[in-house]
Design a protein around this ligand. Sequence first.
Ligand code: ATP
Ligand code: MG
Length: 372
Amino acid sequence: MGVSLKWGNVMKLTIENLTKTFGEFVAVNNINIVVETGKLLVLLGPSGCGKTTTLRCIAGFERPNTGRITIGDKVVTDPQNGINLPPEKRGLGMVFQSYAIWPHLTVFDNVAYGLKMRKWPRSKIKKRVEEMLELTGLQGLGSRPAPMLSGGQMQRVALARNLAYRPDVLLLDEPLSNLDSKLRERLRFELREIQLRVGITAVYVTHDQSEAVSLADKIILMKDGLIEQQGTAEEIFNKPKSAYVADFIGSANLVPAVVKGEEGNSYLLETPEKVQVKAKKNDSAFNKGQRVKLVMRPENIYLSKEKHDGWSVNSWQGDVIVPNYLGTQTRYVISLNQRRLFVTMLGSSQAFQANEKVYVNIPPEEIQVLEE
Ligand SMILES: Nc1ncnc2c1ncn2[C@@H]1O[C@H](COP(=O)(O)OP(=O)(O)OP(=O)(O)O)[C@@H](O)[C@H]1O
Ligand SMILES: [Mg+2]
């Protein structure tokens, strides 16, 4: 990482009771969001859940029905009190999926654009643009015409242009989704590095859970205009509140089961396929006879050829249906009394073949019990 570029005007973003309807349709349903100073918040969720609408309300491109939006101590939206600042008065930077750069200008002039509009003196512009080109890895490309850039470079220009005037908050809407997967992954880390280096408060919209997990200080998972769960990536991964969350983040196995009893701080459960499962109790309480869903992460299940002495519980015999070798890991589809389970084993060698008998092991503390 180069020299620190932390700027002083980093702001907290607060959204209170935001609702946006289109006709009868409620796209965003009374949500509350706080993004702490210098943090990166990811709005995550499936297509149509209201991510872009929320971002456009923050940016000032949509007028919400209700909702107060505050950047630092400046109220930018408050329809009850007739406040709705235009986008250019909100002090925001914005990067979208489409490469919003000027095709008739060079890289340098694209990055300088906002500074010229703000009537900065030429020498100050030059210094800032060079700083931004260095920050975004575009050194030496200043005189290149914008159309002669790759997709990844164009998004770097868009980012540099939107950071040049040091906005208070940076908004990003699926900025990497037009790029190929390898570049997307690399730029994801670069983006995070840049955000940390300048210390800017940011809101990042994506429907890609792996992007969300690798970028976010905090994730808000949305569903039908509502917040389903919010927390750190780790909290959402390890303590999903609902089957919807568990299913959206990662590719969890969701196994139906019935509570048969309790033993110490564990539940004893049974699946419809008569597999006996022990799972550690969590925050919610379940009664005997209650139907629940068990979350088993493919990464937390361990396959072995022999039954291990140490595995006294949750060690079942199953069959390998499909091994899917991926180089750094192998994903298996396993059948346990006809119940299909996905299992991920890390490492570059494939341990099991199709039709092989295996033991399927998972510790009780790695199983989450959720309401059905
Ligand atoms: N201008 C509009 N007029 C009518 N309906 C709209 C308008 N803009 C958005 N919507 C609807 O509001 C809902 C939320 O849209 P939004 O663009 O916020 O979704 P999103 O979460 O960003 O989805 P995606 O991942 O597909 O971009 C959708 O059902 C969409 O059709
Ligand atoms: Mg969208």
